[in-house]
Design a protein around this ligand. Sequence first.
Ligand SMILES: C[S@@+](CC[C@H](N)C(=O)[O-])C[C@H]1O[C@@H](n2cnc3c(N)ncnc32)[C@H](O)[C@@H]1O
Length: 241
Amino acid sequence: MNNVKTTRTVDEHVQHVRTIFDDITPSYDLLNRIMSARRDVRWRRRLAGRIDSDAGRIIDIAAGTGDQAIEVLRHVPHAGLFCLDFVPRMLDIARMKALKSGLEDRIDFCIGDATGIPFADNSFDASVIAFGLRNIPDKARALKEMIRVVKPGGKVLCLEMSFPENLGFRGFFSWYLNRMIPFIGGLISRNRAAYRYLPNSIQGFLRPEQMTDLFRQAGLTEVRKLRLTSGIAHIHEGIVR
Ligand SMILES: C[S@@+](CC[C@H](N)C(=O)[O-])C[C@H]1O[C@@H](n2cnc3c(N)ncnc32)[C@H](O)[C@@H]1O
């Protein structure tokens, strides 16, 4: 359940993650587009399409620079959305992008930790997290929080990276993750260590079937996983009882 592989304590790991995302904020969006060859845009659209179009209130956990939030708001025309993240600089960019997209009246921002979401039970129709869960050591707790704040019948969704099943593609993907990403990421962000953390966080993350188990164990029903781009990413979803 815990993907901390160094000798860091959980608190030190959380602080390390926070420092990394604070440091790479300015180049985060550009590098996402380059490194995923823009696939992340399609994946975010798929996730947004899984939310009921009549949802009223949605929360995006570990929202970062707001790309997933903006895609959700485009898809769910009457919804209001809260972005929660523990790195204020990431949310500053999200705020600017929301303004540019004319969505500022439908979006709000909240600095906070995914393992203690500062909202009452049953506050939202859906909660989403994109590329966030693998950075959180206590995944079960974060998921429990995402469930707690959603009304019964609402949806919990997670978009995450995974490893392709095909052995040939798997080899290529592993090479790309471990060689190319630190190289490209280091060049553009000037923080090679951050882009060494990224492959490690993907390699240490739960497999899709383990995510399904996690969702079921957390009490969600109608748990499903959707495979994206030959299995290099998955959407996991479930309904709150
Ligand atoms: C890879 S980025 C994903 C950002 C955004 N969801 C996206 O789709 O681009 C991971 C984000 O998770 C945030 N994060 C990591 N751990 C967190 C935690 N425990 N609580 C809140 N935010 C967290 C980081 O600050 C960062 O903005």
